[in-house]
Design a protein around this ligand. Structure first.
Ligand code: PMV
Length: 320
């Protein structure tokens, strides 16, 4: 039996689409930051006499497609370990599941670590990152703390994440929880539809790859202004390319856009804060740790109905 804890991550430069659906090889590299405030804690227990795998998240048994994704990752582990026993997976998640807060990232990262350990596989963090990638692309990045680059790669071996050192001042994230409901269209399906029907998709790929290169330099130089500006560009361009799909895909709600406006206004008044959003209406902001409280106060006044959460930059996953 093995238990692992992993943190979710927020992409500053986005991943949106695969060149290989089976191996989950992305069309672009991406860059993220880990969130300390949330975690997924997953226990994998090998079951000698069980006929099939079971899995639960926060006490709810998984079925159908969701259970299949877990079984698929366990199959990869079993085949590498030369084992065939089924497993019981129990996962406890403090990330609002499937609301664009990347619960799949911490979920599949914790599952990869706990499953490899439970079946006796000794894998390096890089190998675990490749394994987690096969559950959910963004999970490859949750194998590390801090700032993380997921190299798109060309094949299973070369598509992995690695930590990159942030040389700037301490940063924090603010999460505006607009909705904790499940998203109406999964990121997996939305990516496929964008690739198949958005006329701007190739332009998005070319541009996002160049944003990754610029963002890497900004991280290496501790240049928060440039990193923040690139984050907003990558966010808006990802939402733009999916808005151009047929039928259009829209995750941002009216209130999400009002939050982006509020962030622009706070910036105009001198505090550096930049916003991003993923496959859901929640807006996440990145700012200097010394400014977090004041920024939350300003936002709370303007949006009394919204819950604002605060998170430091998270550390690497742990096994217990
Ligand atoms: O790995 P998935 O299928 O949860 O996709 C994540 C996609 C985004 O969150 C929108 C962007 C990203 O890079 O995390």
């Amino acid at each position: 039996m093995s238990t692992a804890i992993a943190h979710p991550n927020i992409a500053l430069i986005k991943y949106w689409g695969k060149k290989d659906e089976e191996l989950i090889l992305p069309v672009t590299s991406s860059l993220s930051v880990s969130l300390e405030a949330f975690e997924t804690r997953t226990t994998v227990e090998v079951q000698v006499n069980a006929q099939s795998d079971t899995a639960s998240i926060n006490g709810k048994e998984l079925e159908g497609n969701e259970l299949q994704k877990v079984t698929k990752l366990l199959d990869v582990v079993r085949s590498s370990a030369g084992r065939s026993e089924k497993a019981a997976v129990v996962s406890v998640n403090t990330v609002p599941t499937a609301a664009g807060l990347a619960s799949s990232a911490s979920g599949f990262a914790a599952l990869a670590i706990a499953a490899a350990d439970a079946y006796g596989l000794k894998l390096s963090p890089r190998e675990l990152s490749r394994l987690a990638r096969k559950g959910s692309g963004s999970a490859s990045r949750s194998l590390f703390g801090g700032f993380v680059l997921w190299n798109k790669g060309d094949d299973d071996e070369s598509s992995y994440a690695e930590p990159i050192e942030w040389k700037g001042e301490a940063l924090e994230m603010i999460i505006a929880v607009v909705s904790a409901e499940r998203k109406h269209i999964s990121s997996r399906t939305a990516m496929q539809k964008t690739a198949a029907t958005s006329p701007y998709y190739q332009a998005w790929i070319d541009d996002n790859n160049s944003l990754v290169a610029k963002a890497l330099k900004a991280v290496e130089h501790g240049d928060f202004t440039t990193l923040g500006e690139l984050t907003e560009l990558s966010t808006m361009r990802m939402h733009a390319v999916m808005l151009a799909a047929s039928p259009p895909i829209r995750y941002l709600a009216p209130v999400s856009l009002r939050l982006f406006d509020a962030v622009t206004e706070i910036r105009a008044n001198g505090q550096q804060v930049y916003a991003t959003a993923d496959a859901g209406p929640n807006v996440k902001m990145i700012c200097k740790a010394e400014d977090t409280l004041q920024i939350i106060e300003k936002l709370q006044q303007q949006f009394p109905e919204i819950k604002f959460l605060r998170s430091a930059v998270g550390g690497p996953p742990k096994t217990i």
